[in-house]
Design a protein around this ligand. Structure first.
Ligand SMILES: [Fe+2]
Length: 164
């Protein structure tokens, strides 16, 4: 069972995870337009992961006898100034999602809803990974730059990402 408060927050999280998927797809489209297929693939795979996250919440809500609600979403930003600004935007977005997951966890702990705590633990770990991914990528781009031959190699490396 979920309290009304936790159910509402979890339903909002379904929306945020779906929004994340759309946001990363918009980034993928930006890179496709720049003729950087590797970066485009990386963000496409990232979008698929976010869809999976949304479905985890969707299924959990059902498992504990709640009903998932599908809400309207804002259009994600799709124009960026540079490769660096996309990675920066992705990192900032993941930091926002981490705050959301922590808020859900705080409510679950406060309400002693242990099934929800157990479910949310996976997301706490996942967010550490998500932030680290974009932080490392940012550091790499700052170190080597993203131009000419280096950009070609970086794009190739980014394109090696496989769906999980
Ligand atoms: Fe996510």
């Amino acid at each position: 069972m979920l309290s009304e408060k936790l159910l509402n927050e979890m339903n909002d999280q379904v929306k945020y995870e779906m929004f994340s998927a759309n946001y990363y797809l918009a980034m993928s489209a930006y890179f496709m337009d720049l003729d950087l297929p590797g970066f485009a693939t990386f963000f496409r795979v990232q979008a698929q992961e976010e869809q999976m996250h949304a479905m985890k919440f969707f299924d959990f809500i059902d498992e504990v006898n709640g009903r998932a609600r599908i809400q309207a979403m804002d259009e994600p930003k799709g124009d960026f100034e540079s490769i660096e600004s996309v990675i920066e935007a992705a990192l900032e977005h993941e930091q926002f999602v981490t705050e959301r997951i922590h808020l859900l966890m705080e409510i679950a702990v406060e309400e002693k809803n242990y099934p929800a705590v157990s479910f949310l633990n996976w997301f706490v770990d996942e967010q550490v990974e998500e932030e680290a991914t974009f932080q490392q990528l940012m550091a790499k781009i700052k170190r080597v730059g993203a131009k000419g031959h280096i950009l070609y190699l970086l794009d190739k490396e980014m394109g090696a990402r496989q769906p999980e």
